[in-house]
Design a protein around this ligand. Structure first.
Ligand SMILES: Nc1ncnc2c1ncn2[C@@H]1O[C@H](COP(=O)(O)OP(=O)(O)O)[C@@H](O)[C@H]1O
Ligand SMILES: [Mg+2]
Length: 266
């Protein structure tokens, strides 16, 4: 997938204080369609606060957000959704006692109008849900099971599939695999890459740099409310990213094809 050159989302100077805590001190971030962008950094770096301003869950004190080149106001989650920005929260917000189609269509059920009033078109929802899972290569043999009975990875996949179904252009995930085992983590990242390949822009928070380097295209490091730096994975290393996370400083990005200057002795 070739990346679109202009970012779909540009956040500039995003600032947020909670009482005396300056959680975001003027952060810039760009999101591109066809890319998985990882946000990394120690606890209290401001990662969750930053994605919440994009999701409409937190209102910044200052800063601007442009979407497709146009400045937008995202004042609540509905504003974000209207732009095609969907968020998968850690608690997933699935209805445990419902099956897969009901969860995928939760809040915007397909209805038909027969002569004597509205009813849910369960068959249409099941067919659409099956088609969606197939398109995203998610393996859930029995979609009629209540999601309570499903594994953490299957549940996370359903929550992500739900975003796609809402025609998301940008998908935000806060630690999508934090509670998952190795195999399930692999499947969830496969799904995230699939959504990228289908043209979405993905922004995710992760603490696992191995996962980030295996699955992501771009890495942004934050520390104590500030941006440290942003790198494409092929222009950085895990060592450099660890150094950025720990020190809160970054060397200038390496220019492709130019040899690195040698460190000065002493
Ligand atoms: N709702 C809140 N009220 C008060 N302080 C908050 C709130 N949310 C986050 N903070 C503080 O803001 C800072 C950044 O938090 P957060 O965005 O959650 O960072 P991260 O996700 O990188 O761990 C932390 O010091 C945190 O304690
Ligand atoms: Mg967080």
């Amino acid at each position: 997938m070739t990346e679109t050159k202009a970012p779909i989302v540009s956040m500039r100077g995003i600032t947020k204080a909670y009482g005396g805590v300056q959680a975001l001190k003027g952060v810039d971030l760009d999101i591109y369609l066809g890319e998985v962008h990882a946000l990394v950094g120690d606890n209290a770096a401001g990662k969750s606060s930053l994605i919440k301003t994009l999701a409409g869950a937190v209102r910044p004190d200052a800063g601007t957000i442009t979407f497709e080149g146009r400045e937008v106001r995202i004042e609540d989650p509905r504003d974000a959704k209207a732009l095609g920005i969907e968020t998968v929260y850690q608690d997933l917000a699935l209805a445990d006692n419902l099956d897969v189609p009901a969860n995928v269509f939760l809040g915007r059920e397909i209805t038909r109008r027969p002569p004597f009033g509205w009813f849910l078109d369960n068959r249409a929802m099941e067919e659409r849900a099956r088609g969606l899972l197939a398109r995203l290569k998610i393996n859930i043999p029995n979609v009629r099971l209540k999601v309570r009975a499903m594994s953490g990875g299957q549940r996370q996949s359903i929550a992500i599939a739900r975003c796609v179904c809402f025609n998301a252009r940008v998908i935000i995930l806060d630690e999508p695999t934090a509670a998952l085992g190795v195999q399930e983590t692999g499947k969830v990242y496969a799904l995230i890459r699939e959504m990228r390949d289908q043209g979405c822009g993905v922004l995710l928070i992760s603490h696992n740099l191995n996962h980030v380097f295996e699955n992501c295209d771009r890495i942004t490091v934050m520390k104590t409310g500030s941006l440290v730096g942003s790198r494409r994975v092929e222009e950085t290393t895990q060592d450099e990213v660890v150094k950025m996370i720990v020190s809160g400083t970054a060397d200038p990005p390496r220019a492709a094809g130019r040899p690195q200057p040698l460190a000065q002795p002493g």
